[in-house]
Write a protein that binds this ligand. Structure first.
Ligand code: SF4
Length: 510
């Protein structure tokens, strides 16, 4: 199927097929076209002389290049369950899944948050991994593979580069952190994207708040912000090609010029330009009248607010430090300035959570609803999944039965007071936790899961067949001095800091 795409840069015309690369997205085309990191990486590699790069998605029917002509095959790996689609894409092109079974096939690599945090459950399937911000090292990797055609020699060279993990040549790897002096944006706009014709740009990377469970924060410290002039230049580029714009960043409101950017867009709208703008989840302190007015003028009707937990006590334990008064004030501001509703995001099963903390969510919902009649309030929950390289990496999850009871309780009680809620699947979250804290013994497990269909039942059956104690990865509380499978990846601020933060936060509870 031909998709209508607008390129915001001039593509290099490579007239020979000397070096061909496939950049793969483990999902369908429409999702790939709303994936900022994936598209940006495609663009930067596309600009290298002598490289022919093609995008491949799970629903790609016909490729321009034949697999036998492909020299390098890269995957974006952003979600734990992406391995299922990655394996099916490899099989579609008759590529053996394990690296040691590949001979004439291209080198295959992956990058993204999942493998940056802990590549061990997948180490047998990839020749190398990009650890951290890949914008620059990707180019180095491509250039090495282009110059050195012998796979083994290329891998040896790659293993000597900072931020590249070659499982064949294990060593300590320092996570790469990019300065955000330039603005990363979607360099191609597509009518068939999930966010149709939307120009997405990254305002900031990381979040300085450091919630104890948050991989997005700990993987991306320190918080970095794109300079204002660069932001405006990029916004103008986007708006000269489409009316739809999305601002991205885990904590965009911490950008020192967030309000200036809103003002800039608001003034354009007031002078008659049609702009449809959305922002990623807002922090409570970002809900000010001018920001809400800009969002409303730009067509946004609802927004999301991450509160994470219902009680102030638990919010302190997770380092969210958000008072109830601030939540009430934010809802009032949102309502008074034209938003029609807010969706609160929270998590159940956080370390030290008690029945009172759950009850506090209901109470919060009740009070907010009472004070804001006619305003649409809903809740979305996921369950706590311990993530590597966070202060809560040592904390096990609660068992599935307990979490399902909590989930049913919340749903029922919120429904009673007229608030709709949706809760992520506790069972899938369990398997996510297994993979998150997994070690290399899970390589055969993920393969078995894939081969037996990749459904919930396959996870359970595969663990049984291979005699893997998955509760150990998902549920167990680990001792602080226990060696962890991902210890060889060095991420600032480092394990000693995570340990002291773990102790500080969990002691708040007592
Ligand atoms: S505020 Fe949000 S993005 Fe920042 S650390 Fe907390 S959960 Fe993560």
């Amino acid at each position: 199927m031909n998709h209508k795409e607008t390129f915001l840069y001039k593509r290099k015309q490579n007239n020979n097929n000397d070096f061909v690369m496939w950049m793969a997205f483990p999902g369908i085309y429409s999702f790939s076209m709303s994936s900022l990191g994936y598209l940006w990486m495609f663009k930067t590699i596309d600009m290298i002389d002598g490289v022919n790069i093609e995008r491949i998605c799970s629903d790609t029917e016909k490729t321009v290049f034949n697999i036998k002509d492909v020299n390098l095959f890269g995957f974006s790996f952003s979600f734990d369950m992406d391995f299922l689609t990655i394996f099916s894409m490899l099989e579609k092109y008759n590529i053996p899944l394990k690296a040691k079974e590949r001979t004439n096939e291209p080198l295959i690599f992956a990058g993204g948050p999942v493998v940056t945090a802990n590549p061990e459950p997948y180490k047998e399937f990839f020749d190398f991994f990009i650890i951290g911000d890949g914008e620059e090292v990707n180019l180095t990797a491509v250039n090495i593979c282009k110059k050195v055609r012998d796979k083994n020699s290329a891998l040896k060279l790659l293993s000597e580069i900072g931020g590249i993990y070659v499982p064949k040549y294990p060593k300590k790897i320092k996570k790469l952190t990019k300065k955000l002096s330039e603005c990363i944006y979607t360099p191609i706009i597509s009518e068939d994207a999930f966010f149709k014709n939307t120009f997405i740009l990254e305002m900031s990377r990381g979040c300085a708040n450091r919630c104890g469970f948050c991989l997005a924060s700990y993987l991306n410290l320190p918080l970095r912000c794109v300079p204002y002039a660069e932001l405006i230049r990029t916004i103008d580029l986007g708006l000269s090609n489409t009316a739809k714009i999305a601002l991205l960043g885990a904590q965009i409101s911490a950008h020192p010029h967030f309000h200036d950017v809103c003002k800039y867009i608001y003034e354009k709208i007031k002078s008659g330009q049609k702009i449809d703008m959305s922002v990623s989840s807002l922090r409570v302190d970002a809900i000010t009248p001018d920001v809400v007015q800009t969002l409303v003028a730009a067509g946004q009707k609802n927004s999301t607010l991450a509160i994470e937990a219902g009680s102030e006590r638990l919010r302190k334990v997770i380092n969210k430090n958000l008072t109830e008064d601030k939540i009430f004030a934010a809802v009032k501001t949102a309502r008074e300035n034209g938003l029609r509703g807010l969706k609160f995001y929270g998590m159940i099963g956080l370390p030290t959570e008690t029945r009172e903390d759950l009850q506090a969510i209901i109470e919060l919902g009740r009070k907010v609803k009472l004070e804001n009649k006619g305003f649409d309030i809903s809740f979305g929950f996921s369950s706590f999944v311990p993530k590597p390289n966070t202060p809560f990496q040592w904390c096990g999850r609660e068992d599935t039965k307990t979490l399902e009871e909590k989930s049913a309780f919340l749903k029922k009680e919120l429904h009673k007071i007229g608030i709709t809620s949706n809760i992520s699947s506790i069972k899938w979250d369990y398997w996510q936790a297994v993979l998150s804290r997994g070690d290399e013994s899970l390589n055969d497990f993920v393969l078995e899961v894939y081969k037996t269909g990749g459904k919930l039942g396959s996870f359970k059956a595969s663990a049984k067949k291979l005699n893997i104690n998955t509760d150990y990865f998902a549920l167990e509380n680990y001792e602080l001095d226990k060696p962890l499978p991902w210890d060889f990846i060095e991420i600032n601020p480092g394990k000693d800091f995570l340990k002291s933060e773990n102790q500080r936060l969990l002691n708040i509870a007592t």
